[in-house]
Design a binder for this molecule. Structure first.
Ligand code: ATP
Ligand code: MG
Length: 340
């Protein structure tokens, strides 16, 4: 059976990149797949988090999932820490993955910065936990932004190595020639990598210190307008063809955002706005962004007020996720040779 898994960290500042790169896809996929959508709070603590904020942010991301149209009855919506099998499988996979593989991960290098010796072990191990998140459900498809492509490749490598290392035992336990499917990344569309509004060479991130670098899903119309107007651009008018965006990362980014929000291609957007100056284009982008995002923002606020409801959704989701995870973890224990 085909199964989708994806996660969003319970850190604040959920932004347009998370929405266009990930959550919009989650909503589409629920029509055709069995889907698990997870608030990955274990990942969040790879960098320091305030405990009160962390709990708030877990509810905030869950509210965003629901506000964007993810149906918690049809899908499994839950928070990672409530399903201990994620961490349990991660340990086994830690013994499969190689240190050299982790040392090559660009997200670790970016997030650890210059003082790598002082980064948490968890930050280095982040992609192994992510592999466990996916593989504990034997998920086949993973919708993510482009920044997670390398981690997905690692998850496939880990799955493959586990299948090879334990091949004979997998067979003996009745699972044929492979236990874990190799998960396929689903990375597509005009906004798989939304860039910072301040620097077209850096991705839009929750962890960027500047709030002007991103449009948050919690921003009101005035904040969106201010941020888009202040967004970095170059002095030329927009090109009328897509290849004219080459070497113009900020222009490319704004056109990509416009395209994604309006469900059009970049070429189509340029056929309308080619030759326009940025002030004209930016005001159209503000109107479009406000029209698309304000209903979601309003719905998020309404859902956020009912913490009891959010907590019930997450508890129900965790119970259903755990039923699948426990069965797969038991199989892993048998395959690896743990006595139970
Ligand atoms: P952080 O900077 O703290 O890692 P983040 O913005 O990357 O935060 P995550 O919770 O790590 O947010 O990512 C959630 C999902 O959003 C992932 O699928 C990720 O690939 C996607 N995503 C994150 N940033 C972008 C972006 N700028 N464009 C498109 N997708 C993105
Ligand atoms: Mg991230």
């Amino acid at each position: 059976p085909q199964r989708v898994f994806s996660g969003v960290q319970s850190t604040g500042n959920l932004h347009l990149g998370n929405y266009l790169g990930a959550i919009v896809k989650f909503v589409e996929l629920q029509k055709s797949f069995e889907c698990l959508y997870c608030v990955v709070d274990l990942h969040a603590i790879t960098v320091p988090q305030d405990p009160v904020e962390l709990r708030n942010n877990t509810r905030e991301i869950a509210a965003a999932f629901l506000a964007c149209g993810i149906d918690p009855k049809q899908n499994i919506v839950f928070n990672q820490s409530q399903v201990p099998e994620h961490a349990e499988l991660a340990w086994v996979l830690n013994c499969v993955a190689r240190i050299g593989w982790l040392n090559r991960m660009t997200q670790f290098k970016d997030k650890a910065g210059k003082d790598r010796e002082n980064a948490s072990v968890g930050l280095l191990d982040y992609p192994v936990l992510m592999a466990a998140d996916i593989l504990i459900y034997r998920a086949t498809h993973v919708p993510v932004g482009d920044d997670q492509k390398q981690h997905l490749e690692l998850a496939r490598d880990i799955a493959q190595k586990f299948n090879n290392d334990f091949g004979a035992s997998i067979e003996r336990n009745g699972f044929g020639d492979a236990f874990f499917p190799l998960p396929e990344p689903l990375i597509a569309g005009p906004a798989t990598r939304v860039m910072s509004l301040r620097d077209g060479t850096k991705k839009m991130s929750k962890s960027d210190a500047s709030d002007y670098s991103r449009i948050n899903l919690s921003d009101d119309a005035d904040q969106i307008a201010q941020k888009v107007r202040k967004a970095k651009t170059d002095p030329e008018p927009l090109p009328s063809e897509e290849k004219g965006l080459e070497g113009r990362p900020e222009a490319d980014n704004l056109v990509g955002i416009f395209a994604a929000l309006s469900g059009r291609s970049k070429a189509d957007v340029l056929s309308e706005y080619g030759g326009a100056n940025f002030s004209t284009f930016k005001s159209a982008l503000v109107d479009l962004s406000v029209a698309k995002l304000s209903p979601i923002t309003a719905q998020m606020r309404r859902i956020r007020e009912d913490e009891g409801y959010i907590d019930t959704v997450l508890r129900d989701g965790s119970d259903r996720a755990r039923a699948i995870a426990r069965e797969n973890m038991n199989a892993v224990k048998d395959i690896v040779g743990f006595l139970r």
